[in-house]
Design a protein. Structure first.
Length: 132
């Protein structure tokens, strides 16, 4: 979706609309409402050409796919240097990056604590960690 969004926005919106239709069919067939709902919210925001809402929905959908190069490219396209990130997007980015920190350094309980705070929507707390 990333390259198409930049080169042919109308076609990207049409693809997003087709995805919305597919998600509706999947829901009717019994697919997980949670998974389909997050993907559908992202597609709806793309159809509406609402980059801020698309970023928030994408981050909710991203989960642990940060190692996926397609998802990284999609994230990069959604990050608009001309706009500030809404607080909800910053919170979602915190969770995404802290999940990766926990996966990459499983022996660091301070990273897990930071993640737990982020998931709960709480401030990071004072771990005394400077990231080294």
């Amino acid at each position: 979706h990333a390259a198409l969004r930049n080169s042919d926005p109308a076609s990207a919106r049409a693809h997003a609309q087709a995805a919305l239709d597919a998600f509706a069919t999947a829901r009717e067939a019994g697919a997980s409402a949670t998974r389909v709902g997050a993907s559908a919210a992202y597609a709806r925001a793309l159809v509406d050409d609402d980059r801020t809402r698309a970023l928030g929905a994408f981050l909710e959908e991203l989960g642990d796919q940060v190692d996926n190069p397609v998802q990284l490219a999609n994230l990069a396209v959604l990050l608009d240097p001309g706009q500030s990130l809404p607080a909800k997007a910053v919170e979602a980015l915190r969770v995404v990056f802290l999940r990766q920190a926990v996966v990459r350094a499983p022996g660091r309980p301070d990273f897990l604590e930071l993640l737990e705070h982020a998931v709960a929507g709480e401030p990071a707390g004072k771990t005394g960690n400077d990231g080294r």
